[in-house]
Write a protein that binds this ligand. Structure first.
Ligand code: NAD
Ligand code: MG
Length: 396
């Protein structure tokens, strides 16, 4: 029985994780649930799963939750950074699902890595910000990091065991691997007339053709910044050199990514687009469990198609690939700028195409700094947010 703590329990990945747990009640126990401020959702989860701890980052939300918990519910409500650290590092916590959205997930995810936990990583922004430090820390603490992001989970499944065992430090070349093919659907605007892109609304951007996800990652999928963040994520997880990572557009999202070997073999992982598959894989690895996912029916799949990404349509993807080459400062700045830009777009303050302009502007402002600790990274993140906000103010 694994005790599981879910960071981001009230979100889309949180819900899929709880669904996998519900399907496998003898293997997993919900030990702790963490969310920002959604009291109603958290209340319902506490009643259903009776976790030991429910942690609300927002203090008022914690007070409201405490007041509303029915008597007889065993859950202890906590708030504050110290309590969150205590929960992820608790000796009874076996597994931490890192599914807070954005930079807000960095500290608790990193704390879990430092404590040597089994960390199921959905929060790609944490790795984009802290890449090298994150992988070094995992190596030092003995933490097991398993990639939840469907593409990275697919790649992981297509790699030989000895590479899986050396996440972050593997030598792809020595294992006969030519390169990794990171697939992406191209999102809702793959075929939209370029001249109309600037008028796209948040609702249109969030209307992903294949996946149902939270708002931030949905907008990132529409700009393909999501693929850019995933490119950086893959760089750290699989220790790729520049020409070992390629992006392929595959609109059907049946193949979730591929690994191409020296001898000409290409290994792909396929399935219906349902996050419960990679989540179940990570939760039970190296075993397999029921995820509750409808099996892939090849007679219903129809055609699988592929094309190269068009950077004039998806400038954010190019920016992310460029930042990846530049290094940690650039990826941290780009991630922060993008979070502010997406937030502003969702709030109706900027146009869809302004997102790339905000990101471009901030990336141009990157200076060499020493990022030796999480505090250094958070400081740079804060600075980049300010740059992004003042650029947005000037736009309006
Ligand atoms: P979501 O918006 O549905 O949920 C976000 C969760 O994070 C919520 O529980 C919310 O309470 C919590 N949260 C937000 N701000 C917080 C803060 N400041 N402190 C603590 N908690 C906070 O997002 P999602 O779609 O579930 O995505 C979560 C993460 O997983 C993201 O990093 C995303 O990139 C990644 N991911 C998601 C999917 C997907 O299918 N949804 C796929 C791959 C990767
Ligand atoms: Mg993904």
């Amino acid at each position: 029985m694994q005790n599981v703590v879910i960071l981001g329990a009230t979100g889309s990945i949180g819900a899929s994780t709880l669904s996998v747990i519900t399907n496998n009640p003898n293997a997993f126990k919900v030990y702790g649930l963490v969310a920002n401020a959604s009291v109603d959702k958290m209340l319902a989860l506490c009643v259903q799963y009776q976790p030991q701890y429910a942690h609300m980052v927002n203090e008022r939300a914690a007070m409201q939750l405490k007041a509303q918990l029915p008597s007889g519910c065993v859950t202890e409500v906590t708030t504050g950074a110290q309590a969150l650290n205590a929960l992820v590092t608790d000796s009874r916590t076996d597994t931490v699902m890192a599914a807070i959205v954005g930079a807000a997930g960095l500290v608790p995810t990193f704390d879990a890595v430092k404590a040597g936990k089994r960390v199921l990583l959905a929060n790609k922004e944490a790795l984009v910000m802290s890449g090298e430090l994150f992988m070094n820390t995992a190596k030092a603490s003995g933490a097991t990091v398993l990639p939840v992001d469907s593409e990275h989970n697919a790649i992981y499944q297509c790699l030989p065991q000895q590479v899986q065992d050396q996440l972050g430090y593997c030598d792809l070349n020595a294992n006969g691997i030519s390169h990794i093919l990171l697939t992406g659907s191209g999102g809702p605007f793959l075929n939209t007339d370029l001249t109309t892109l600037s008028a796209m609304t948040p609702a249109q951007a969030c209307n992903h053709p294949n996946w149902s996800m939270g708002p931030k990652i949905s907008v990132d999928s529409a700009t393909m910044m999501n693929k850019g963040l995933e490119f950086i994520e893959a760089r750290w997880l699989f220790n790729t050199q520049k020409d070992q990572l390629k992006v392929v557009i595959h609109p059907q999202s049946v193949i979730h990514s591929m690994v191409q070997y020296r001898d000409g073999s290409v290994i792909a992982q396929m399935g219906n687009p349902d996050m419960r598959t990679p989540i179940a894989h990570c939760m039970s690895y190296p075993q397999r469990i029921h995820a509750g996912v409808e099996p892939l029916d090849f007679f219903k799949v129809g055609q699988l198609s592929f094309c190269e990404p068009d950077f004039s349509r998806f400038p954010c993807l190019r920016l992310a690939m460029q930042a990846c080459e530049q290094g940690q400062e650039a990826t941290t700045v780009l991630n922060a700028a993008n979070e502010i830009a997406v937030e502003s777009f969702l709030a109706g303050q900027i146009r869809f195409t302004d997102i790339a302009d905000v990101n471009h502007h901030c990336l141009d402002s990157v200076q060499q700094t020493r990022l030796a600790s999480i505090d250094d990274i958070l400081q740079l993140d804060e600075q980049a947010r300010k740059t992004a906000k003042s650029f947005i103010n000037a736009l309006n």
